[in-house]
Design a protein. Sequence first.
Length: 101
Amino acid sequence: MKKVFLTLNCQGGLGNQLFQFIIGYILAKKNNINLRINIERYNSYHHQFELDRFPEVYKLKIPKIKNNNFFSKIYLYLSRKFHKILKISGIYKLINFFFFI
């Protein structure tokens, strides 16, 4: 029988990581499936993966994965470039103006 995983794509600082982990852990336990954490975004992100600092989380021995294949590297590269282009062009300001008036 194949193992079924809930893969948590963690990102952000410590607060975001805690929130994402708690929700993922609850969903995994509720549905009786295994949880794993994808930490590939921390290779090129200004935050670090910090959940291992907590002994309670570390004791759970949840596997951490990194998808270092060619397509995930291209996706990360393009998403960073696209974000930078949108930020420079002022599209975010335009979106905020129309949707968050």
